[in-house]
Design a protein around this ligand. Structure first.
Ligand SMILES: Cc1cc2nc3c(=O)[nH]c(=O)nc-3n(C[C@H](O)[C@H](O)[C@H](O)COP(=O)(O)O)c2cc1C
Length: 447
């Protein structure tokens, strides 16, 4: 997943000094792109991995810079999935199963990708997904994500496992702040987090339902000697990333600022805390918890991590305001369907009765258009804004969101559609059903 095949340049200048050799090798290893537009890999194509955001063309460029700047420990945490990473792969592949059938000769001059999220206009139907441990990517990462979201006009969902106090994140100007809840430990912990989220002005609460048993993320585990100690190669690799050390670890490892007080004093180291919290997640999380949280939290309440139609029906009866389909970015159960696979069925089930969001694999504006056309009210993006964060902090997050929005605007026009509400499944066809065999009546044939 992390490595692309190296085709190291034979140019003698590359060998001129060991440091030049090293820099060149790293840049080329991580930034190559292969496509049908090339003949035998020619012309040689590389993603832009430099620091000038004006030159960044797509999320893949931000990802290339992320791979250049971040040590292996961070990359395996950020990129990796569980088990064979089959769910992770499906989350991207599911988008490739769908092709647009565009309209043309449509007046496109006043098209818009804006959409209502909880009754307020957002710049596009997207939220920054909750992600934990962001503090190992950059210091004050959660503030940077919140600033990027606020400047792009979309909500930010802060994770229970974030590294910045929710009260501090709430101070970001113009932010639409949501809180993601993990239930762990005794009831008093979730109750206090819910009350704090209320007092901090969070607009909505998201209960993550599919992470009580931690996914088998074996590639991430391979970076450590044991639960709490990185392996020697991991430490050496981290030491070779001075810029990461300077922007991230200048004041030591981050902590889990929102829950640190609940963690026993001798387990407050970074890795110890993470494992302790995981060990405290009740395996009995149930619809009963959902009812109790619903009782306490009076603002919009979402369940995250559902895929099975039965659970979606059950969610409707539980009084929540919406569901977020997803598989935790391929980090929990392996070999599951992706959220996109389940969208049409989920929309059929929920009708207009509650909000339907999805997360998993969003890297392009076209991904968001496909998700909306298949029934999503909005999508959550996890890694895409994180690549922006790793590449350039809050500016990088804003750039990632701008790119997605600009791609959506362009592609919406290319499809001959004018607004999010005008998208529906008619504009898509499953690649496996091509070539299309329509009945003559459907194309207005004369017989
Ligand atoms: C690094 C990382 C950390 C995550 N941490 C959390 C978390 O703390 N809580 C949560 O509900 N989901 C978490 N997720 C899942 C995301 O909210 C989201 O569902 C997923 O990233 C979507 O897939 P994408 O990364 O392809 O956009 C995490 C995902 C990643 C990549």
């Amino acid at each position: 997943m992390l490595h692309r095949k190296s085709s190291f340049c034979k140019c003698p200048a590359a060998f001129a000094s060991p440091s030049r050799f090293f820099v060149r090798w790293r840049v080329m290893t991580f930034t190559q792109h292969h496509s049908t537009a090339q003949l035998d890999d020619h012309p040689r194509r590389r993603y832009y991995s430099g620091g000038n955001l004006d030159r960044v063309q797509s999320i893949e460029d931000l990802r290339a810079r992320t791979h250049r700047l971040m040590p292996r420990l961070v990359l395996e945490y950020l990129e990796g999935g569980s088990g064979e990473e089959a769910t992770l792969a499906r989350e991207r592949a599911a988008f490739a199963d769908w092709r647009f059938v565009p309209h043309t000769l449509v007046d496109e001059h006043d098209r818009s990708v804006a959409r209502d999220i909880l009754g307020r206009e957002a710049a596009m139907p997207l939220l920054i997904a909750p992600t934990g441990l962001n503090g190992i990517m950059r210091r004050h990462a959660d503030i940077a994500l919140a600033q990027g979201a606020a400047s792009a006009g979309v909500p930010f969902v802060q994770s229970t496992m974030s590294n910045e106090r929710m009260e501090d994140v709430a101070k970001v100007k113009g932010l639409r702040h949501w809180w993601q809840l993990y239930v762990f430990g005794g009831n008093e912990i979730w109750q206090s987090l819910v009350d704090r989220a209320h007092d901090a002005g969070c607009e909505a609460l998201v209960l993550t339902t599919n992470s009580q048993i931690f996914g088998q993320r074996e590639w991430y585990a391979r970076t450590r000697m044991n639960q709490t100690m990185p392996s020697v190669p991991t430490v050496l690799n981290a030491a070779a990333h001075p810029r990461w050390i300077a922007t991230t670890l200048n004041r030591g490892m981050p902590d889990f600022a929102n829950v640190i007080d609940y963690i026993p004093k001798d387990k407050r180291g970074f890795f110890q805390s993470a494992f302790w919290i995981r060990s405290q997640m009740p395996k009995t999380l149930s619809w009963d918890h959902v009812a109790r949280i619903r009782d306490r939290w009076k603002r919009p309440f979402f369940l995250k991590g559902l895929l099975h139609p039965h659970d979606i029906r059950r969610a409707m009866e539980s009084g929540v305001d919406g569901v977020i389909l997803g598989s935790h970015g391929g980090r929990q159960g392996d070999w599951t369907v992706s959220a996109l696979d389940m969208l049409p069925t989920a929309r059929e089930i929920v009708g207009d009765s509650m909000a339907l969001y999805m997360s998993g694999g969003i890297r392009r504006g076209t991904d968001i258009l496909k998700a909306v056309a298949l029934g999503a009210d909005a999508v959550l993006a996890g890694r895409a804004p994180l690549y922006g964060l790793c590449a350039a902090g809050a500016d990088g997050v804003a750039k990632a969101l701008d790119l997605l929005r600009a791609e959506m605007m362009n592609e919406l026009g290319q499809m001959g559609a004018k607004s999010m509400d005008s998208l529906n499944p008619d504009i898509l066809v499953r690649a496996r059903d091509l070539p299309l065999q329509l009945p003559k009546s459907a194309v207005g044939g004369q017989g």
